[in-house]
Design a protein around this ligand. Sequence first.
Ligand SMILES: Nc1ncnc2c1ncn2[C@@H]1O[C@H](COP(=O)(O)OP(=O)(O)OP(=O)(O)O)[C@@H](O)[C@H]1O
Length: 261
Amino acid sequence: MAELLQLEAISLAYDTPQGRQPVVDDFSLVLEHGHIGCLLGASGCGKTTVLRAIAGFEPVRAGRIMLDGTLLSSAGFQLEPEHRRVGMMFQDYALFPHLTVEKNIGFGLRRLDRAERAKRVNDLLHLVGLEGSGRRYPHELSGGQQQRVALARALAPEPDLLLLDEPFSNLDIDTRERLAFEVRDILKATNHTALLVTHNQAEAFAIADRIGVMQKGVIAQWDTPYGLHHAPASSFVTDFIRREALMAQRAQAYLRGEEAG
Ligand SMILES: Nc1ncnc2c1ncn2[C@@H]1O[C@H](COP(=O)(O)OP(=O)(O)OP(=O)(O)O)[C@@H](O)[C@H]1O
C-alpha cells in the first residue's frame, strides 16, 4: 500500500513569554492510504499539537511533513491550511448553530453549482445515516448526530486526509462506542485515510490500523494494535498498555456493580 502521510523527524514548539517551549521532538510516522492511525498518550504529551501542525496551524521547527508526495511543512516553509487537502473534526462538533444540517455540510462546497452541491450533501447525509434531517438545526440533534454532521462536513470537500481530535469524548459511553465503530466503517467504505487523537485506549484499539503511543513529545512506538500488545518496544509501552487495560476492566466491573469501592 502506498504511503500518504509522512512526518519526518519533526520538532514542534510554542513561543511563549517565557521563551520557546519545545513540545514535540524528532517525531516520525508514516500513514498509508486508506489506513486509520491513532495517537494515544497522556494529557499534554503533544497529540493535538501534532494534528495542528499537519493541518497547517503550527510551524515545524525541524523535519518535514509530506502528504501524497507534496511538501506541506518544513523549517521555514508552511503551505496554507486551505491548500493542504486536509479535513478536521473536533470534539466540540464546531457546527454553525444558525445553519441547517445541509447548509453546515455544504459549507465548504461553494465552488460546486447548486445541483451538484445538493447531490453531494444528499449523498453525505445518506453516508452518515441522517437522511431526512437536512433541514434541522444542530441544537435539534443529539450529540452523536451532531458528530455525524461534523464528519459529513469534514468529508464534503473530499480531503486526502482527515484529522480527528478526540471526536467522541463529549459523548456518553454507549454513543461513543457505537459512533467510533460507525466512523471506522464509513472511513473504510469510502477509503479515507485518517489520523485520530484520543486518550482512550479501547477506542484506539477498536478502530485503528496503526497506533502511536506518545510519551512526552516523542513517539514511543508506532505499530499495529497486535504489535503493541505482543511486541511492546519499551517498558514504557508495556506499562502504558497494561495500566489502561486494567483501568478499563475496573471501570467495567464498577459499572456492573461488582466492586464495592
Ligand atoms: N498555544 C500554546 N502555547 C503554549 N503552550 C501550549 C499551547 N498549546 C499547547 N501548549 C502546551 O503544549 C503541550 C502539548 O499540548 P497538546 O495540546 O498538544 O497536548 P495533548 O497531548 O493534545 O493534550 P490533551 O490530551 O490534554 O488534549 C502542553 O504542555 C501544553 O500546555
